[in-house]
Write a protein that binds this ligand. Structure first.
Ligand SMILES: CC(C)(COP(=O)(O)OP(=O)(O)OC[C@H]1O[C@@H](n2cnc3c(N)ncnc32)[C@H](O)[C@@H]1OP(=O)(O)O)[C@@H](O)C(=O)NCCC(=O)NCCS
Length: 338
C-alpha cells in the first residue's frame, strides 16, 4: 500500500523506538516479534519480565531483542515521579504521580516524555480515554496547536484502484463549545476549534499521500437546514481558511453533496470541493465515530487510527478489538510519524 512506503522509508532512514503499554498481550507480542524480525524499530514492552516472557513463550513469539521494563521495578522511578510532578505542578502531588506511574499507560507516556522512547502505542486493553488522557496531561499539544484531535485514514481497493480518504475527529473531542477565561470572555470559539481540527486532519491526510479536498459535514448544504451544529460547520470553514488560506476546504455539506458530482451539481455547483471531497470533518464525535465505522463495515475500507494530531509526540490508540496485523501497521504508522 502506497501510504506505508513513506513511513517505511522514514523508519529505515532513522531507527525509532516504540513503547507498547500492554507488553503481555498476545497481539502486541505477535506484532513486536514481526517488527523486530524485520528490524523496523526498537521495541519496549511494559510489564513484569517473567510475565512478558511467559506470554511470549505461550504464543510462540520471539521478543528477545525487545527491552522489557516493569513499571513496578524501574530503576529511574523516583526521577520519573519528580519529573511528572513538576510537569503536573499544582495539579498532582508526587504521591499521586507515584501511584499513576505504577500503571503502564502513565509509565509509557513518561518514557516518551523523558526521551527513552520516540513513540507510544497503547489501547489493546486500555480504553481510548485511558490511553489518551496521560498524553494530554503530560505530552500536551505541540507548538501552534490549541487542541488534540484525531484522524482515521481509510483505505480500499476498488476496480483495481487504491482509494484513500481521511476522517476527523471521530475519536477524541466529544463536542465543541466556546472556551471562556475566568472572567467569562470567549478566548476561543467552537468554530475556531473545529476549524483547527479541519486543518490538522488535512495535514494528516497529506502525510498519508492524500491531496486533501476538505468537506465540513452537516445535515445541511449551504444553509439548506437550520439548527443543530449547522452554523458551527459553516463557521468552521471560515476559521480553517483563516488558519491556512491555501487549504482546499468548503461546506457546510451533506455527505452526498460532498462526494457525489451529480448531487453537487444541483446543490452547490460552484464549489471546488463538493462532489470530490476526500477529507471529511464531523461536527460531533457521534457522527464521526459512526461514520467511519459505516465506511469500514459496509464500505469495505480498512481503517487506520485514531491517529492523534496536535500532540507533541506520536502517541496512538488501538481499538480493543484490534488484531495483531492492525497492531503491526499502527506501530509502523506511529513510529513512522516520529
Ligand atoms: C480525550 C478525553 C479522554 C479527555 O477527557 P478527560 O480526561 O475527561 O479530560 P479533562 O477535561 O479532565 O482534561 C484532562 C487534561 O487533558 C486536557 N485535554 C482534554 N481534552 C483535550 C484536547 N482535546 N486537546 C488538548 N488537551 C485536552 C485538559 O486540558 C486537561 O489538561 P490539564 O489536566 O493539564 O488541565 C475525553 O475527551 C474522551 O473520553 N474522549 C472520547 C474518547 C473515546 O471514547 N473515543 C471513542 C473511541 S475511538
Amino acid at each position: 500500500m502506497a501510504m506505508f512506503d513513506k513511513l517505511l522509508a522514514n523508519l529505515k532512514a532513522s531507527k525509532k523506538t516504540i513503547v507498547f503499554t500492554e507488553g503481555t498481550d498476545a497481539r502486541i507480542l505477535s506484532a513486536a516479534d514481526r517488527l523486530l524480525k524485520e528490524d523496523l524499530m526498537g521495541v519496549i514492552l511494559c510489564g513484569a519480565p517473567d510475565d512478558v516472557r511467559k506470554a511470549a513463550a505461550d504464543g510462540g513469539f520471539n521478543v528477545d531483542k525487545a527491552e522489557i521494563i516493569d513499571p513496578l521495578a524501574y530503576d529511574g522511578s523516583e526521577e520519573m515521579v519528580k519529573t511528572m510532578a513538576e510537569l503536573r505542578k499544582g495539579k498532582m502531588t508526587e504521591d499521586e504521580c507515584r501511584d499513576l506511574l505504577k500503571k503502564s499507560n502513565y509509565f509509557g507516556t513518561m518514557l516518551v516524555k523523558m526521551g527513552k522512547a520516540d513513540a507510544l502505542l497503547g489501547g489493546a486493553t486500555y480504553s481510548t480515554a485511558d490511553t489518551v488522557r496521560p498524553a494530554l496531561q503530560i505530552v500536551k499539544t505541540k507548538k501552534g496547536s490549541s487542541l488534540v484531535s484525531s484522524s482515521f485514514i481509510l483505505f480500499r481497493e476498488k476496480d483495481g484502484k487504491e482509494e484513500t480518504i481521511a476522517m476527523g475527529d471521530c475519536a477524541i473531542n466529544l463536542s465543541y463549545s466556546d472556551k471562556l477565561d475566568k472572567e467569562g470572555n470567549v478566548v476561543q470559539t467552537a468554530a475556531q476549534q473545529l476549524g483547527e481540527v479541519a486543518v490538522e486532519t488535512a495535514r494528516t491526510a497529506a502525510f498519508f499521500g492524500i491531496d486533501p479536498k476538505v468537506a465540513v459535514l452537516s445535515f445541511s448544504t449551504y444553509g439548506s437546514g437550520k439548527g443543530g451544529t449547522v452554523q458551527l460547520s459553516h463557521d468552521a470553514v471560515i476559521e480553517a481558511r483563516k488558519i491556512d488560506p491555501e487549504l482546499v476546504i468548503d461546506g457546510e455539506f451533506q455527505f452526498d453533496a460532498a462526494v457525489s458530482a451529480e448531487v453537487a451539481k444541483t446543490k452547490c455547483p460552484d464549489s471546488k470541493v463538493a462532489g470530490q471531497a476526500n477529507t471529511f470533518i464531523f461536527p460531533l464525535i457521534e457522527a464521526g465515530n459512526i461514520g467511519y465505522k459505516i465506511a469500514q463495515r459496509l464500505g469495505g475500507y480498512e481503517a487506520y487510527g485514531p491517529i492523534l494530531q496536535g500532540l507533541n509526540a506520536p502517541i496512538n490508540d488501538l481499538s480493543r478489538g484490534c488484531n495483531a496485523d492492525e497492531v503491526y501497521k499502527m506501530a509502523i504508522i506511529t513510529a513512522g510519524m516520529a
